[in-house]
Structure formats: structure tokens, C-alpha cells
Design a protein around this ligand. Structure first.
Ligand code: FAD
Length: 473
């Protein structure tokens, strides 16, 4: 259980960031990893609680065995630690960087606001595993003769593909984009996670037998029926891409964009892909971001790196309390005031703020009209104000998967939120041989949930094809 008295003797220490003034000059990751001796100390703080909420359903969607690997790190057994971590999570170097870490909220030491730095330890185990050569392709000893097609190479598709290839199936991943990773590559900026980490996993998966087909838009460039005819099972893992439309007056003005085209452009630029026509750049501009979530925050950080003059972020929610009522919410994810690293780079944040419309001149945006809202989120008359804007990003979330193409062609039943209908035991859709997982099934969520869904869908597909399975759920 780590060091018996570790949590009494050692304070929580997190990895630090480069100062904002330095990190906004580049798009690379900016965390400063803890030295190994400090990671070991931090892992030794784990108390191995009788009920470790960190790896239960409230703490970790993939059920990482956190107390076990904290103990292994404390004992210096790093190779066994990465083996343990991989038994529940295919890509811990991704989640170690970008997971919001509900496990730390669920840690018993969080009752004293000093949770174990679980995410930092996870990243350290994964990074060390790669550096020391502990992570190798795991090639199936026997082939099953079955073939599975996976549509989409986001974290859900990648996790499913890796599991199914290791179970001995011939796995083909069909991806619309020129490279694998889904939102990990094209949505999430490099400064949160560099993309060579995805390339390294793709190389591992190729060595395990996964065949990637890029530039294939299933339902558009290739009919879904072709995949259904050519494979024993097909998994749809195409994500949830339709943005929520705020339907603001003036939204059609030049300079107003949804968040994704903006983030995708910068990620393609960083990745050396061809420059887009009509580049969207915040350089020397006043920027307003509408929305208070991860995507909005990523627009903020990207705008600062492009040299924006100012960035305002508008959130309709009231400002949350700095500290949660621990005994009322622990071990669940609390609503509390949080500042992302991008917001800390200098964003002006407006809370309880409704966006009434976009103002412009000669067809171009000049400002955003706002008002304060009451407890029912209704604008309060007389509180209107206008923020200057040369560029506006709409980042209020995603509604459901795109229908045009794949979903439309598949004819699958949808749930009431218009995601693809399938339960989280069988992952089967209403169409025979066709499964669904990740954001396409559960709606826009988190990378760790996508990995869980990919693993569980692989379990279900393997069981359906073979009559039994040894793949974990
Ligand atoms: P996706 O990652 O969306 O991948 C779907 C893939 O399918 C894509 O590659 C797409 O090109 C492909 N595809 C779609 N249709 C077709 C088709 N017809 N044919 C072929 N290919 C197709 N989560 C976190 O945990 N931490 C974060 O910090 C975080 N930040 C985020 C920032 C942004 C800007 C966004 C948008 C999301 C963020 N998320 C974050 C959420 C997370 O990225 C998603 O929940 C996760 O990527 C979903 O995985 P997925 O595999 O289901 O889908």
C-alpha cells in the first residue's frame, strides 16, 4: 500500500507548468515532469483505502487499479506497474496527459484537498514504460480467421482495434482523415498532447496486425454495405461531430466560426499537413469565445499562441464556488471554480453571461452583445453590454453524430438524444453485424470513456464472433 505513513509525511506535489509568458510562444506540451524520486514519493502517499473510490465507477471509467500501481511505483517495480496499467487502459500516456482525473476527486485524501497525484503517476508510468522499452507489440499467437472493420480511429476505434487484433482477428480501421487519432489529433491542441504519441501507438498497432485505411469516408466515398459484406463485424466509432447551434442573430457575419474548424486548422498546421484555404487566425485580433467547456478553453489557448490581442470567454453559468461542500459531493465530480491552463494564460472570463447576438459592419463581426442572466439563465433587462470582437468562436458543445453519410446510410435506430442506439453491454445497433461505441453512442464525452467503450465493444464483438471471449470488459 505505498508507504504506510506516506500520506502523513509527504505533501501533495503536482508537476509544474512553464510560465504562461513562455508557453504561449509555442504549441508544444509545457508540463515539467516531476523527477523520478518525487513521483515515487507521491505514489507512496496512496493509502490503499478499504474502498478505493478512485478506481470504482465514480473515479475511473476504465477501472485503473490505482492503489496497485501506486504501490508498484513506490517499490520501484515500474515494468510491473505498466503491465498492470495496460490491463485496464490501452493508452495511459493519453489519459495521463488529458484526462480531467475524476480519480483524484474521488481519492480519500481529497477529503483534505490533498489527493494523490494519480494522473501524474499514470503519465510517469506510461512515459517510463516507453523509454525503457517495456511497451512492445503484443502479437496474437493464433489467428481466428475472422475480420472486423472499424470506422473511425479516435480513442474508441483505436482501443477496440487493438483489443480485437490481440484476440487474433484481422482488423481494418477505416478513417476519413489522413492520419489516425480522431479528436485526439485534430481537436485537442498539441500543447495538451503532442501527436507523436499517437503515431507511436499506431506503429505498435500496425505491428500487431491492424491495417489502417486513411482517406476513406464510409457512407460517402465507400458504401457501408461494402464493409458489412466484406467483414464479420463492423464497429462504428465515428464520434459526435454535429456542433450545437446557438442560432444567434449575426452568426453569419465573417469572422464568426464554430470552434472545430479553427482547432482542426491549427492542428493540421502543427502536423505539417497542407495549409487550408481561408485560414482562421487570431493574430492581432480581439477574440471572443462563446462557451465554458474544454473546447472553448482550447480555442483560448490556441488564440493566445497565435498572438491574439485579447481573449474573452463567455459562460452562461454563474461563477462556481471556489471550494465544494466536500461531504455533500465527494467522491463524485464536484462543481467548483476551475481555471484551465489556457484560461490562466490571460483570458477575461465572464460568468452568468448570455450571448444575445453578434454585431458587425460591412459584413464583418465587430462585437458580441451580451447581458447578465438571472438564476433561470434569462437575460436581465438593462444589463446589456458589447464586447469588441474581430473573431468569435462558438464552442457550446456537440449535439449528436453527423447524420449525412454513414449514419443515414446505415439506417440504425437512434436514441432520444439522437446518438446511435446500442446498450453498453452488447454495443450492438439495430442493424445485424453493426456495432457502435464511443461518442457516437454515448454523446460527446471524454477520452477515457471512449477507451472504455472501445474495449467493451471489442469484448462484445469477440464474444459474438467466437462464442466466448477472454478480452476484459
Ligand atoms: P472521435 O475522437 O471523434 O473520433 C472519431 C473518428 O471517426 C474521427 O477520426 C473521424 O474522422 C472518424 N470518422 C467519422 N465518421 C467517419 C466516416 N464516415 N468514415 C471514416 N471515418 C469517420 N476529452 C478528454 O478526456 N480530455 C480533454 O482534454 C478533451 N478535450 C477536448 C477538446 C476538444 C476540442 C474536443 C472537441 C473534445 C475534447 N475531449 C476531451 C473529448 C474527447 O476528445 C472525445 O470524447 C473523444 O475523442 C471521443 O472519441 P471517439 O473515438 O468516440 O471519437
Amino acid at each position: 500500500m505505498g508507504k504506510v505513513t506516506g500520506f502523513l509525511e509527504i505533501d501533495r506535489r503536482e508537476q509544474k507548468y512553464q510560465p504562461a509568458s513562455d508557453r504561449i510562444r509555442h504549441f508544444r506540451e509545457f508540463t515539467l515532469p516531476l523527477p523520478e524520486s518525487e513521483v515515487v514519493e507521491q505514489a507512496s502517499r496512496c493509502m490503499d483505502c478499504g474502498v478505493p473510490f478512485c478506481h470504482g465507477p465514480t473515479g475511473c471509467p476504465v477501472h485503473n487499479q490505482i492503489p496497485d500501481w501506486n504501490d508498484l511505483v513506490y517499490r520501484g517495480e515500474w515494468e510491473e506497474a505498466i503491465r498492470n496499467l495496460h490491463s485496464t487502459n490501452n493508452f495511459p500516456e493519453f489519459t495521463g496527459r488529458i484526462c480531467p482525473a475524476p480519480c483524484e476527486e474521488a481519492c480519500t485524501l481529497n477529503l483534505e484537498d490533498m489527493p494523490v497525484t494519480i494522473k501524474t503517476v499514470e503519465q510517469a508510468i506510461a512515459d517510463r514504460g516507453w523509454k525503457k522499452g517495456f511497451i512492445k507489440p503484443e502479437i496474437a499467437a493464433q489467428k481466428t480467421g475472422k475480420t472486423v472493420a472499424i470506422i473511425g480511429s479516435g480513442p474508441a476505434g483505436m482501443a477496440a482495434a487493438q483489443q480485437l487484433a490481440r484476440a487474433g482477428h484481422e482488423v481494418h480501421v477505416y478513417e476519413r482523415e489522413p492520419k489516425a487519432g480522431g479528436l485526439l489529433r485534430y481537436g485537442i491542441p498539441d500543447f495538451k498532447m503532442e501527436k507523436h504519441l499517437i503515431d507511436r501507438r499506431v506503429a505498435q498497432m500496425e505491428a500487431e496486425g491492424v491495417i489502417f485505411h486513411y482517406g476513406v469516408n464510409v457512407g460517402v466515398s465507400t458504401p457501408l454495405q461494402e464493409l458489412l459484406d466484406g467483414h464479420d463485424a463492423v464497429l462504428m466509432a465515428g464520434g459526435s461531430e454535429a456542433p450545437r447551434d446557438p442560432a444567434l442573430p449575426g452568426q453569419e457575419l465573417a469572422g464568426v466560426h464554430y470552434a472545430m474548424p479553427y482547432l482542426v486548422q491549427q492542428n493540421r498546421r502543427n502536423g505539417g499537413e497542407a495549409e487550408q484555404e481561408n485560414p482562421i487566425l487570431a493574430t492581432s485580433k480581439h477574440v471572443v469565445v462563446v462557451g465554458g467547456g474544454d473546447t472553448a478553453s482550447d480555442c483560448v489557448g490556441t488564440a493566445f499562441r497565435q498572438g491574439a490581442l485579447s481573449v474573452h470567454q463567455l459562460d452562461i453559468r454563474p461563477i462556481a464556488p471556489v471550494k465544494e461542500d466536500k461531504l455533500a459531493v465527494w467522491p463524485y465530480w464536484p462543481t467548483k471554480f476551475r481555471t484551465s491552463s489556457s484560461q490562466a494564460e490571460g483570458a477575461e472570463r465572464e460568468f452568468a453571461c448570455a450571448t444575445l447576438g453578434i454585431e458587425g459592419r460591412n459584413g464583418r463581426v465587430t462585437g458580441v452583445k451580451c447581458a447578465r442572466v438571472d438564476a433561470k439563465r434569462q437575460p436581465v433587462p438593462g444589463t446589456e453590454f458589447v464586447l469588441r470582437a474581430d473573431l468569435v468562436f462558438l464552442a457550446i458543445g456537440f449535439a449528436h453524430p453527423l447524420f449525412e453519410g454513414l449514419v443515414e446510410q446505415s439506417g440504425v435506430a437512434l436514441d432520444k438524444r439522437r446518438n446511435v442506439l446500442a446498450d453498453d453491454l452488447g454495443y450492438a445497433t439495430s442493424v445485424p453485424k453493426l456495432y457502435a461505441a464511443g461518442d457516437m453512442r454515448r454523446g460527446q464525452s471524454l477520452v477515457v470513456w471512449a477507451i472504455r467503450e472501445g474495449r467493451q465493444a471489442a469484448h462484445a464483438i469477440d464474444r459474438d464472433l467466437m462464442g466466448e471471449t477472454v478480452l476484459p470488459r
